[in-house]
Structures are given as C-alpha cells and as structure tokens.
Write a protein that binds this ligand. Structure first.
Ligand code: F0G
Length: 474
C-alpha cells in the first residue's frame, strides 16, 4: 500500500503566528479596505493566497547564505554565485540582476517596444502587458483554444496557438514584431503548463521570421514537472535538464526570482545577444543599480543562487505540484468550478460559474474574493474583469474573457491543514451562493487598477432582487 497523504518534505524550524479574527471583525476590515483584498493589512488575514510571489519560506541553507552575503558595490562574491547559477541553468551569457521581474520587463520591453510594435505571448502577465503598453506597443495574447474551456482536461493548456502566431506575424509584419514571449507556466491562463513541443514550434517560427524569442521563466521548474510527467520522451530527464532544454530554445529570459528561486525579492534578465544586453545594461545602471547588484543586496543574491538549486529537487517539486492539486481536486469534489487540470502554483476558481447570477460588470471574481475573506479570512486575487477589463468609447466595460479567482499557494509556507481549511470555507460558501452580491468600482488608476481600485457593494440590483423574485415564485 502506498501512502495517500502528501507530507511536506521539510520540518518547520521557525514559525510565524497567524492572527485569528472573527467574521464581524473581518467585515469591518474589508469595508476599510474598500472591498479590495489588496488593501487589507496582512495581520487581518488568516490564510494568504493572494500570491505565490515573494511569499516563500526560505530554507536553512538560504538563511545561512544570508549571513554570508557580500555587500560590496562591485564584483561581490554573492553576485558571482548568482550569476554562475543562472548561467549554468539558462546557458545565456549576459545576466542582469534586478529587484524583481517587472524591472527586467521594463529594461527589455521598453528597449525593443514603442509605438507601432507588437508582442505576442501565450498570455502576457499583467505587469508584462503594462510594461509593453506603457512603451506604446501592443500586447497580443494567443492562448490555445483549450485554455478557454475550464473543464477541458488537456495536458498543456498553457501552450501558445502557433497557427495564430504565424497569422499575427504575417498581419503585423515581422519587422514590427518586437518579441514573442512564452510564459511558463502560463500564470494568467490558469497556471497551466507549456509543453516542450510547443516551445520548439514557437522557437522555429521565431527563427524563420527572425524574431526575438523570450521566456518568462519565473515558474520554469514547476513547468518542468509537468513536462516530465505528461510529455513523451522526458521521463528519464531531470527537471533541471528539462528546464535547460527549454532555455536553449529561446534567445533570453526574464525571471522573477520571487517564484521559482524561492526567495522574497529579486529577479534577472538573461540574454544571448551582446548588443541588446549592452542597451539593457545601460538602463539597468541608471534605474536599478550597478550591473553586479541591480537593486539587490548581496544577501538576496546568495539566497537566489541557493534557491535556484533547491527548486529542482524532485521531492520538493513533487510536493509542490501535488499539494496544489490536493487543494484543487478537493474543491472540485465539493462541486466548486475550478480550472482543470490543476496548474502548478495556484488553483483558479471560475467565479462566473460559481455566481452565475452576477454579470461581468458586477465583477463576480471580486465578489468571490470578498466572500472568501469574510467567511474564512482567506485572501486571494481576482483575475477577471477587474484585472483585465477595458472600456469602449462609450465607457462601457469590455469584460475579460474569464472571471477567475486565483488561490495562489506560497512555497513551503502552509501545511495540508491550511488547505483543508480553505476547502471547508468553500463548502460554507456553496450554501449561500445566491445571496452574494456584486460590486462597482468607485475609484481606479489608469494602469494595473486591481492593486488600488476601490469598490462598493451593489446591493439590491441583482442578487437580492433575484432572491426575492425566487422567494415570491415559491
Ligand atoms: N511574469 C509572470 C508570469 C508573473 O507571474 C509575474 C509576477 C511577473 C512576470 C512579474 O514579476 O512580481 O517579480 O515583478 N507575478 C506575481 C503574481 C505578482 O502574483 O502572479 P514581479
């Protein structure tokens, strides 16, 4: 007999108390936060699934490295360790440290972007899109059709639609195509993996048209787990070898180390091309810091070098992917509509299906994140029309393709009992779905509005009226 329980492959050496709150307290906290969980204080949260970014628990070896951080301005030994870990992993010769992923995006995409340029991706992450649009260029998402069907079981729903890529390049012209970005795993499209086959095809198209091919590699170790277990021909390869094979297909990568380098801060840009690297490095020095620290402390760079090794350990990756699936499959068993198969770093709940009575302009994903907070103190993130909605010329909302709520799991932070608690909270919400109400936006900034937007409940227009109608008809 095999064990069913997925035990965390670590012992806990340091603990951080959780502030337990009541529903009444949380109601007040949420109102103060203008119904935007991003505006809550972390002390008001019980289980924080807002993001898996920078929220990891570091290992004893990483903390040990912190004490050895070399804080020299130039040529620090910690930088040399980080640089060599990245070169060894990616094979790219020119490495630039940055304080986090979006800084690398800014360095590269503002160099190669600008008005009239287009970028294609399986799905641009929100900061990727924002950096591209900020430069004046256009970001076009080309996810495969399967990614639009939450129930369709398919092994690599994170892939890019290669036929549409060719069409897009032909339409806009290879000379206007700044880059093709493959995001592995595909965060904004359900955290779904990308196959090596797909990466090879994308690489071949880029080569044929002479277009720069960049990997957004922040979850490449998790992606490698899926390739090893789902794609033919990779059973015998190590996770690291799989990642190396994918890096070798591209011309460079951007990585937020806050994900698969299992650290709290950091990132890098790595490139094959010297001319492009020199252009980016100039801006790096102006905006981030000297080229051997780029906004990071020596101690951060030590932790990154160590984390990039730990993340490929088979026991770690096995636990990581299986515990995410444990949460997702548990919710599925209770009838919660989730994107399946479950992705690597997060479970995505289909809020449109969970609250069918709430129209997109009342933001069902926002409603679900608020309900989860009220019922269980669980914080999560809307990935729907709040994050990606736009307005037409008349100011009407153009909704996002899907209304999702993401339960992102910090690395090595929560145990199985925390995940059971989340499942129980959903069970409670299932019984009162019809009573949930929508939200309207009362304030929003021009870019990345989900971080700071303010909301007010829309009570009376849909949920309550519908409930009264139903009661009257009984
Ligand atoms: N690319 C992807 C695919 C990401 O998921 C993120 C961040 C970034 C780039 C930017 O990296 O935060 O270090 O500047 N994702 C976080 C998240 C914020 O919650 O998914 P960053």
């Amino acid at each position: 007999m095999k064990h069913k329980t997925i035990i965390e492959p670590f012992r806990i050496k340091v603990v951080e108390p959780i502030n337990m709150t009541t529903e009444a307290q949380r109601r007040a906290f949420l109102k103060n936060a203008h119904y935007n969980p991003f505006l809550l204080h972390s002390s008001e949260v019980i289980v924080d699934l807002l993001t898996d970014s920078g929220t990891a628990a570091m290992s004893a070896a990483q903390w040990g490295g912190i004490m050895q951080g070399d804080e020299s301005y130039a040529g620090a030994s910690s930088w040399l360790k980080m640089e060599s870990a990245i070169k060894d992993l990616t094979g790219y010769p020119y490495i630039m440290p940055v304080h986090q992923g979006r800084a690398a995006e800014h360095l590269l995409y503002t160099r190669i972007g600008g008005k009239g340029k287009v970028f294609f991706s399986n799905t641009h992450f929100d900061t990727t899109r924002a950096n591209i649009e900020f430069s004046g260029a256009t970001a076009i998402d080309l996810p495969v059709e399967a990614s639009k069907h939450p129930d369709e079981i398919s092994p690599f729903k994170g892939n890019m639609d290669v036929d549409k890529l060719v069409e897009g390049i032909e339409k806009h012209g290879a000379e206007n195509t700044a880059a093709v970005i493959l995001t592995v795993t595909n965060n904004s499209s359900g955290g779904q993996p990308v196959s090596m086959g797909n990466a090879r095809e994308v690489a071949a198209v880029c080569k044929q048209y002479g277009i720069l091919f960049i990997l957004d590699a922040c979850r490449i170790a998790e992606n490698a787990w899926f390739i090893k277990h789902r794609e033919d021909g990779f059973e015998e390869k190590t996770y690291k070898q799989i990642a190396q094979e994918m890096f070798a297909l591209a011309d460079g990568c951007i990585m937020s180390a806050k994900k698969d380098a299992i650290v709290n801060m950091g990132g890098f840009l790595a490139l094959n091309d010297l001319d492009l690297a020199v252009k980016c490095r100039t801006v790096l020095i102006i905006t981030e810091g000297y080229s051997t620290y780029g906004g990071l402390s020596g101690r951060d760079m030590e932790a990154i070098a160590q984390g990039l090794k730990e993340v490929f350990e088979p026991d770690y990756l096995d636990y990581r992917i299986k515990s995410t699936a444990y949460l997702g499959e548990g919710l599925h068993r209770h009838g919660v509509p989730v994107i399946r198969p479950i992705g690597g770093h997060a479970v995505y709940v289909d809020a449109k299906a969970f609250y069918p009575h709430l129209p997109a302009h009342e933001f069902p994903g926002q409603a679900l994140s608020c309900e989860l907070y009220l019922k269980g103190g669980i914080r999560c993130c809307e990935i729907g029309s709040v994050m990606f909605g736009k307005y037409d010329a008349d100011g009407q909302l153009i909704p996002a393709e899907m209304e999702l709520v993401r339960l992102a799991i910090p690395r090595r932070v929560y145990t199985q009992s925390h995940l059971d608690y989340v499942i129980e909270t959903f069970e409670m919400l299932m019984g009162s779905r019809e009573r949930a109400h929508g939200f309207k936006i009362t304030y929003e900034p021009p870019f990345l509005r989900h971080f700071t937007a303010r909301f007010e409940p829309v009570v009376g227009e849909t949920a309550i009226n519908k409930l009264e109608e139903r009661v009257a008809a009984m």
